[in-house]
Design a protein around this ligand. Sequence first.
Ligand code: SF4
Ligand code: SF4
Length: 316
Amino acid sequence: MISLRFKRLKVRENLITITRRIIQILAFLMINYVIIEAILPINLLSLEGILKALPILNSPRNPLSNGAGMIEYIFFSMAEGVFPFFLIALLILILLFSNRFFCGWICPIGAIQDVCAAIPTKKKKINLGTHKSLLNIKYVFIIIITIIIFPLGITKNTNVLFYLDLKTQLGVFAQRPIGFFSLSEFIFVFLPDIIQNIFLPVKFETLEPGGYIILGLYTLILVLSVWYPRIYCRYICPFAAVSSAITDYSFLKLARNPVKCVGRSECGICEDICPKQIRILDEPFEFFTGKGECNFCLECKEKCPHDAILIKFINI
Ligand code: SF4
Ligand code: SF4
């Protein structure tokens, strides 16, 4: 009887995490629906048209963006000379109304990093100054991609010969502008290709030097995420770069109750467990997003012993 009550209490205490994990697993299966086909004897290929029209849900089988999402579609379209107004507007609306709920609850790459972080080790914090500098890496990447891809798209409509020449020179980068910066592309496309090659009866296709760099870098990121949760989201993810610039203006935010919160010297649990290393207690009480870095995982809300963290929908 006592143990049953204890279990119930534990479930209630961890309700947010339990719900989040269930949603992450379901989202992982939906986004990579090839896995469902591997488990169940069904063919979901007929759904591919719908999935392409709804680029929020994507799969490694999709030839347009191999294991990717909206950002890949946006840059892919721009490289093809099409400016995707609808997709950009949709992305902005999603971010304004749901903040980075996608990052915390749906993104399969976030889920994979959460699995790495679930390995029981003492989590480490990066020195604050270094952390702040590293946060800029993702913005630098997205600016470089935009500077190259945006003019490429314009030349398609103004100077086709120049466009074709530039596209040839850019090679894979023009076909998959986000590819090199995407852990999703690495896990769902690059790694399976390598594994497939290993098991092929024909001669093993050796990697180009760039391939070894990608393999080394992303493996390192995955290993580091055991000690530094969501390290890819924090510093490299192109979606994080775009979304963090928008979610500071989101209508959905977190707030901290100044009456209930006892502060860093007496508690500070929220900051200790925040996977994005956000200095929650330095943020304003009325609402906070950690300059758009908060991925709305709600771990701080769940673990706050004084129930001081609130979800707030700001009136438009
Ligand atoms: S865990 Fe809650 S009470 Fe503790 S410092 Fe954070 S917000 Fe304040
Ligand atoms: S501030 Fe809270 S909700 Fe945001 S990332 Fe950190 S723990 Fe998650």
